[in-house]
Design a protein around this ligand. Sequence first.
Ligand SMILES: [Zn+2]
Length: 264
Amino acid sequence: MSGLAIGEAIARIQREAGVKPEEGTVDTLKTGDPTQPLRGVLVCFTATADVIRAAAASGANLIVTHEPTWYNHRDETDGLEDDPVYRAKRALVDEHGIAIWRFHDDWHRRRPDGIQEGMLRRLGWPAPTDGGHGAVVQLPEQTVRELAAQLKERLGVPYVRVVGDPDWTVSRIAMQVGAPGGERQLRAAARDDVDAVLCGETVEWMTCEYVRDAALLGRRRALLVVGHFHSEAAGMEHLADWIAPLLGGAPVAYAPSGDPYRYL
Ligand SMILES: [Zn+2]
């Protein structure tokens, strides 16, 4: 037992991140009672039913998630009241009295961006000079094929989807992890100081087609897509290590929610 209430634990994490939550932030408590004593924390990319079961089995009563719990950005539950998946998940959470808190906006707004910091550590890549979300990382020159192999090995992705020629040489990589949207990815691909864009989730009819046309028109750019989970999970594993010393000895662990896809 840490002697902290769940709400106090959350406040400590926010204070340590050093950024003031903005009006309308999605970093709010989605379920549970903030006055409950904190028994343990499970950090994840997304609070799947299996993550909730793992929290209950380990005795943790606070889940810190990066992504929404109720399948939309603001975790609105209007219209879901009679949905069978929502009802079953809500019953599972309530049965175990688990608080789910989203830490998305301010882990990204922290400098350096916490997700990006964890990803760069996992990849063994240098920190970019501006440090922000969407920064450009300078790597030794390598082919797109070599870069994809490195991503597979270091992130554990089963495959990387690539737009562009695998034999092109690249060294300046724009980090577009997560799902920042087609416009931002497109702007990253348009930069003169970028050879390749690393994406989590992409927008096929926007980003992919822009990069394909860029190559066809003599302005070579490569796009490497690893999927949302694989592009951010290491940033949440990093968060678990980062918050462990902050919570008065409460156990803190990371639960890999895993890639939702199977590759057949
Ligand atoms: Zn994110």
